[in-house]
Structures are given as C-alpha cells and as structure tokens.
Ligand binder design. Structure first.
Ligand code: HGY
Ligand code: MN
Ligand code: MN
Length: 418
C-alpha cells in the first residue's frame, strides 16, 4: 500500500466520537438512539463523506459508507463495527473497528490502487444489548433474524418498543424488508476490534487473528419462594428465593468450569431481590444468565445440565422458577481463506500475530451467516474493556489498520469465491 495508515486520523476520530457521551463524569455512555448516539451518527457520516465515501443508512439505522470499485456489479467487501456502548464504557469497543475501517478506505483511495469490488465501512446498529436487552440488532436484521414485527416486541426500560423508536426517527419502515442479505450478496467481511482480553498484551504480539467467535445465550430466571419474616421463620421451614438463586449460581459456575469446550463462560450480571427488605426473606429473585461458548454442542449440553440442576435445587428447596430465553445464538468459525490472507498480510507487514478465540461476541457473528467473515484483534491494555479504563495505543490501531487495508484491497480484487 503506497499510503500508510495515518495515526493522527485514528486519534482524531476516536476522540471526535468520545465527545458524544451522556456520562462525561465517568466513562463513555452512548446508548442507541439517545441524543449522544444520534449526534455521533451524524459526526461519523460527515467524516465518512469527508474522505470521499458515499454514505447510506438502512431502515434499522445500519450505516454503509462505500468506496466504489471498478466493477460495481461484483459483490462488495465489508468492514465495520459499532459506535454504541455499554454504560460507563471506554472509547474503543466498536469505535476502533469503525475508525480503522474509515482510515483503511482512505488509504486505499489515496493510494489510487485499482480495486474491482466496492469496499464498504459500516456502522451496525446497537451491537450492545444496553437499551433493548438484545444485542446486535442491526447485524441480526442483516442476517434476516430480526424482522420488523420483532421490533414491535422488544422494549426498553420505559416500555418503548424499538419499532416505536424507528417510527419516531422517521426511518422508512417500508424498506425494512430490503435489509436482509442473501448468501453471495457480500463477498467477504473483516471486522477490526479490540481484544477485550490480555492475551496479546501478555504475548507481546500486536495482532490477533480470530479463529472462532463465541455466541451468547441469555436468559432471565425468576425464582419464587415464600416471602416471610427474617426472625420469625426458622431456618428449617423457610423457602428462601435468594438462597436458592445463590445455589443455582454456584452450580452454574461449576458447570462452566468443568465444561470441555475450547472456550466458554457463564455470568450472572444482574440480580434483583423482591421485596428487598433487610428483615424479609426474599419471596422472589430475578437474575440474568449470560452463557458463551465457541462450540454449539458443548453450549447446548451445558444449558441442558444447567436446567436439570436448577430443577433439582428448586425441588429440594421448595421453590419454583421460570426461565425466559432472550437469545440463543450460534457460534461462528471464521472463514479459513480470509484467516490465511490475514496471516500472509501480517507477515508482509512484519507484524507478529496470535490466533485467538473471541469470548466476546461481535457483529461479525451475524454477518458471518451470509458472508465469509473474519476478525482482526488489537491489544487491550490489561485486557480491560466495558470500562472507562479501556485503552488501546493509537500505534496499535495503526498496525491493525495496515493489515486491514491490505486485506480489504486483496479481497476486493479477488474474482473467485472464497
Ligand atoms: O458482550 C459482548 O460480548 C459484546 O461486547 N457486546
Ligand atoms: Mn462490548
Ligand atoms: Mn464490541
């Protein structure tokens, strides 16, 4: 590539996006379709136009910025990520992939190197589950697993549906049916993302090539016992919903520790005790379960064993429970030919790499359902993410951009399918 990645651009755009934040007092919070996120969308689109890209937006707010190729009839090559955040986050989760994608397309354009296929850098709507409790809304819609009807049945904490919000923002919902992509409509997709773990930092290698992406299964468990007096009710006769929930949590943790998968996790991130009195035995506890695995079979086995264990605990403790499944997604194995191309391009750029499994999910999990897909990781300082402490050096983002740009250019000149 004649044009090298410009670290100042990367810094400018990361810091430019960081201004759009609803919690400047602590980290960065940019939640789907709130004022900061809407303003950030306009900023990003303006900067994309500023580097000469044609910008469009679909009916769920996915943004597509195109660098036209010489053979526009060929299926395009995609890169991109997200610009929304979890509460009190950092400034790199998602944003790194959008910014480095923009810089990669600028490099290709300025290098005046021929590329047959259009190359697009995209912003996928709401990768984080923060507002509507469901992740990857935009990339699910692209994969055809989020219909317009579905948007009427997912609600935020103020009971607003995604559908209502899309109407309020004047998205052309007649075009929602045009969102899903069929196999073949996108030639290849490569997403750059921060690692959100410390393996690259520990190994000292600047690039991660992702082999598999774990998929989440999310449940809300409601345990119902008997609300009663903390002093008047003896230990033998109580049916404590929180004690039962705690036993379920430790049972799940033990299952996850013993799971034979290459990489899996189980997390209870939210728990609510009802009624919540210091001298009241909780009659009800509502808690979240977030299970990740890079292997479909071991994840299904773990969930089957989890519910069998929960049944036994509930029976023995004289409580009942219900389970609401929010999503149960399928892990992705990255496309081997793109992985091989990434290996080659890292070597050409003299950048050492590790081959990794991604514990976090990403939009690529869904893009990979209709296109050959892979991911590039760059290091996260101390492996921290989903925190104001999240940090990646701009020089590390520059390294990732060099590999991304070369890979997008190579893919855009490939004729045979991969
Ligand atoms: O939770 C995840 O894995 C992603 O960062 N949203
Ligand atoms: Mn995230
Ligand atoms: Mn992310």
């Amino acid at each position: 590539m004649r044009e090298k990645a410009n670290q100042d651009n990367i810094k400018k755009w990361i810091e430019g996006m960081a201004r759009f934040n609803s919690t400047p007092e602590y980290g960065t919070t940019r939640i789907l379709f709130t004022k900061p996120e809407l303003e950030n969308r306009e900023y990003v689109k303006s900067e994309m136009r500023g580097i000469g890209l044609e910008v469009e937006e679909d009916a769920i707010g996915n943004i597509f910025a195109r660098l036209a190729g010489t053979k526009p009839g060929l299926a395009p090559v995609w890169t991109g990520s997200h610009i929304d955040t979890v509460p009190n986050a950092g400034n790199f989760d998602g944003m790194a992939g959008v910014v480095c994608g923009m810089e990669a397309l600028r490099m290709i354009k300025e290098s005046n190197l021929e590329h047959k296929r259009d190359i697009m850098v995209n912003v996928y709507t709401s990768e984080e589950p923060t507002r509507f409790g469901l992740s990857c809304l935009g990339s699910r819609a692209l994969a055809g697993v989020m219909s317009l009807e579905d948007t009427k049945h997912i609600f935020d904490k103020s009971e607003r549906s995604l559908y209502d919000k899309l109407v309020e923002l004047h998205y052309d919902l007649d075009k929602f049916k045009e969102i899903p992509k069929k196999m073949g409509e996108v030639f290849a997709a490569v997403e750059l993302h921060i690692e959100q773990n410390n393996r690259l930092e520990k190994s000292g290698r600047p690039i991660g090539i992702v082999k598999k992406i774990c998929a989440p299964s999310n449940f809300i468990i409601t345990v119902t016992g008997v609300q009663s007096h903390a002093g008047g009710t003896s230990m033998e006769e109580r049916h404590d919903a929180f004690a039962a929930a705690c036993e379920m949590a430790l049972f799940l943790e033990n299952l996850a520790l013993k799971c034979p998968s290459e990489y899996n996790t189980a997390t209870i991130g939210v728990a609510n005790l009802i009624p919540g009195g210091v001298n009241v035995i909780p009659g009800k506890v509502v808690f979240s379960v977030d299970i990740r695995d890079c292997n479909k079979d071991t994840k299904e086995r773990l969930m089957k064993d989890m519910f069998a264990g929960f049944d036994e605990i509930a029976e023995r403790r004289g409580v009942t429970y219900t389970s609401q499944e929010d999503n149960n997604d399928i892990p992705l194995t990255c496309n081997e030919k793109i992985v091989e191309l990434l290996r080659t391009n890292c070597k050409e750029e003299n950048l050492e790499y590790d081959e990794l499994i991604s514990g976090p999910y990403h939009d690529t999990l869904f893009i990979g359902r209709f296109a050959p897909a892979a991911m590039i990781f760059v290091p996260s300082r101390k492996g921290i993410s989903h925190s104001p402490e999240e940090w990646t050096e701009y020089s590390q983002l520059k390294n990732g951009t060099e590999v991304l740009a070369k890979t997008l250019l190579d893919l855009s000149n490939m004729e045979e399918n991969i």
